[in-house]
Structures are given as structure tokens and as C-alpha cells.
Design a protein around this ligand. Structure first.
Ligand code: FES
Length: 102
């Protein structure tokens, strides 16, 4: 991801290609929009489901969303894709975890 100050607003035409994304703020909430492989533009709270680190800064294009803190990865649809070091965590079910859509 490109490191820049977040937009204060965004437009759909900024998301032409799959994986295009940008972060922005509304009412002191950090959010990001991202275009999925299905062409759908989704908006999520910009918060990792692990320890709440910010996921996206500025704008860019990505194949997956990677948290810079502990490297949990999310699909463009917000579903949790991979979680390093959780293989032996009892009861952990990654299919039940996803980003919070707005
Ligand atoms: S806070 Fe995102 S992986 Fe830990």
C-alpha cells in the first residue's frame, strides 16, 4: 500500500480495476473502499479483526489486504484468508471472521 494521508472523501471512479482501494475518514471513522474480483465496490471499517490495527493507508492496488501488524490477510470481499501462527489455537475458526462492512 502507498502511505499517504487518507482522503476525506472518495469516488467510485477511483476504483477502476480489481483490487483498487483507498482509505478515507467519515465522522472520525477510518474506512476503506476496495473493488472486488466480482466488480463490486465494498466499504469496510479500516480495522483488523485481530488487534484493531489500521489496514489500508492512502490509495493503491492490491491482490489481498494484509495487516501490517501481524500479517493477517483478508480477501477483497473482507473474508479472512490467512492467519499466521493460529494453527494450534484451539477453537479458532477463521471462516467465522471477516472485516466489518459499512
Ligand atoms: S492487528 Fe492485524 S494481524 Fe494483528
Amino acid at each position: 500500500m502507498i502511505q499517504q494521508a487518507p482522503f476525506k472523501e472518495g469516488r467510485a471512479n477511483q476504483l477502476e480495476d480489481t483490487g483498487d482501494c483507498f482509505a478515507f475518514e467519515i465522522a472520525d471513522e477510518s474506512l476503506f473502499c476496495i473493488k472486488g474480483r466480482d466488480g463490486v465496490i465494498r466499504t469496510f471499517y479500516n480495522v483488523c479483526q485481530h488487534r484493531a490495527h489500521q489496514l489500508v493507508s492512502g490509495e493503491g492496488t492490491t491482490r489481498i489486504v494484509v495487516c501490517p501488524y501481524h500479517a493477517w490477510t483478508y480477501e477483497l470481499t473482507g473474508g479472512l484468508r490467512a492467519t499466521p501462527n493460529t494453527k494450534f489455537v484451539e477453537g479458532f475458526e477463521k471462516s467465522t471472521i471477516c472485516l466489518t462492512a459499512v
